[in-house]
Design a binder for this molecule. Structure first.
Ligand code: GLN
Length: 303
């Protein structure tokens, strides 16, 4: 298949949608991102790359970092991670407090904010320098450390009252071991990692390749762990739009309010589409449509 021309046609077809939706202005440092941008890239397990549009423009990966956090936590803790975090879709907004009280502070899954905060807490316990562990993971996934946008991290740290509420509430159930401020610092830093479509498609290739990073042959996760991360991405990676994504895209996906969506075609490739305009569920409108068009044109889907 000629992926380059497929991505170019997808980019051309979504162009009229680019600029629709709203940027994530609840994080002040993201409120001024120009909305008229769109990029898409793919990286196959045998090393082919293709990209179109603004695929080399850096953006804030936000919740896409929850896949990196989950990967680091599975490396450090294995299955004991699941003692404190579930793997059921929440059917609620990514930053919802609703289910936590009924469920005694055990978040539904690692991709809602409550779950990602618990993962961050485990990483604070497991690593002397947990932010450095995220940076170093970049070295193993694409040959360079991940970099953080300190301004975005600070901006979210100063205004993230809901995340502060979530973690304090979870701690009241004794499900957070560390100081909440330390965990919030890490969470905001990981969300503020800067990347682009080309780099992210390459970085997440291990998820399409049974846990082994194709370029280097390094085992990042066991094949069972990689399969499970993909499962949780499919059912929970796009929050309360996960059913609609499974219906229309049919791939494990993880979105972030920076406008990126990473999608895995197991055994074949990873895609990353990005455009800052979000719908009401916090998923990029143009990136979502682009993935749908790609799947329709190529027939690549897990279903
Ligand atoms: N940093 C963002 C937050 O906590 C991440 C949310 C997202 O990308 N969905 O609100």
């Amino acid at each position: 298949m000629h992926y380059q021309s497929i991505l170019e046609s997808v980019a051309a077809d979504v162009a009229p949608m680019v600029g629709g939706g709203r940027v994530a202005n609840y994080i002040p440092a993201l409120a001024c991102i120009p909305i008229q941008q769109f990029g898409i890239a793919l990286h196959t397990v045998d090393g082919q790359q293709a990209w179109a549009g603004d695929a080399r423009t850096p953006f804030s990966i936000q919740s896409v970092s929850k896949v990196l956090g989950l990967t680091l936590a599975l490396q450090a803790l294995g299955n004991t991670l699941w003692e404190r975090i579930g793997r059921e879709p929440s059917g609620n907004a990514f930053n919802s407090l609703l289910q936590l009280e009924n469920e005694q502070g055990k978040p539904r899954n690692p991709f809602i904010n409550a779950g990602a905060l618990c993962v961050a807490d485990r990483l604070v316990s497991a690593h002397i320098q947990p932010a450095q562990a995220f940076a170093d993971l970049g070295l193993r996934l694409h040959g360079k450390p991940f970099v953080f946008d300190d301004e975005v991290a600070r901006s979210e740290r100063e205004t993230g009252f809901r995340n502060a509420a979530l973690i304090n509430f979870i701690k009241s159930f004794k499900q957070i071991d560390n100081d909440v401020e330390t965990v919030l610092d890490l969470y905001c830093r990981q969300c503020a990692i800067v990347s682009d479509c080309v780099q992210l498609a390459r970085s997440f290739s291990y998820l399409a390749n049974a846990g082994v990073q194709p370029g280097t042959g390094e085992t990042i996760l066991s094949s069972e762990q990689a399969r499970r991360v993909n499962s949780v991405m499919l059912t929970c990676g796009t929050y309360d739009a996960a059913g609609e994504f499974a219906f229309k895209v049919g791939l494990p996906c993880k979105s972030g309010v920076g406008g990126a969506i990473v999608a895995v075609v197991p055994g074949q490739m990873v895609l990353c589409a990005w455009s800052p305009g979000l719908d009401e569920t916090g998923n990029s409108m143009a990136a979502r449509r682009a993935l749908e068009l790609f799947v329709t044109r190529t027939g690549l889907s897990v279903f």
